[in-house]
Every structure is written in structure tokens, then in C-alpha cells.
Write a protein of this length. Sequence first.
Length: 133
Amino acid sequence: IGGHIGTTTGLHYQTDLTTNSAVRYGLNLSTTGLFAGAFRVGGEVAYLQNISGQNFGGLSPYYGFGLGAGAAVGSVVGVSAYPHVLGGLRYNVAQPISVFVEGNVGPTIGVTTAGSGFGFGAGVRLGLDYRLR
């Protein structure tokens, strides 16, 4: 389990598929929409793969891909989808705690009361993981 701050703020649950891969399920809140008169909430499912054999001074790199979906309510009402690729670095502080920094990019698709469209999205997050055993 864990949480993150950055482009969005959220909580997540991560489960290992193998020793080098995992799936993460997340709930995200976008605080940037509050200044534009909208409250945004979303979810994400992401596949994460460790880059085996790589370690840079305790930093372990990983990559993956995900699908985010969201809804906005306020001055604009709508839904969006965000398929993306991601990459990050994880640092194991002490078992069972680790911290990570991650970036993601991908197309955005949105349908709102103000119109519909395609765009390009990017995000960053700084997070904390606590591994349940």
C-alpha cells in the first residue's frame, strides 16, 4: 500500500506478479482542478516491471504502462482516459518501506460539457510504499 503527491495526489495498492513485476491499482485526486472550479477524481491501473540487474547507488529503475480514467464535476462535467507509459526509480529505505519518483506520458482523451478532444498528458509523482507481508 502507499501514497503519492505530484501532478495528482493519491493512494494505491500494489501486488507482485513475479519477483520483477507488479500491478498497481490507484485512486487519484487532482488538486489543480480546484482552482479552475472543478473537482477531479480518477483511478489508474499500471503494470510495473523492474529493470533487472540495474542498481544505481541503491536506486532501482523500473518501467511500465498504465491506463488512467477520471471524472470532473464543477464548472465543467466530463470524463477522460489516459493511456500512458511510465518510468521511475525506487529506493528501499528499510524493509518494508521504500520511496519512489516516477514520470509518465501519453495521450489524453476527454469528453466534457465544454467539448471533446485529444491531447498529450504528462505527470510526475513522489511516493511512499509500505509492503505488507
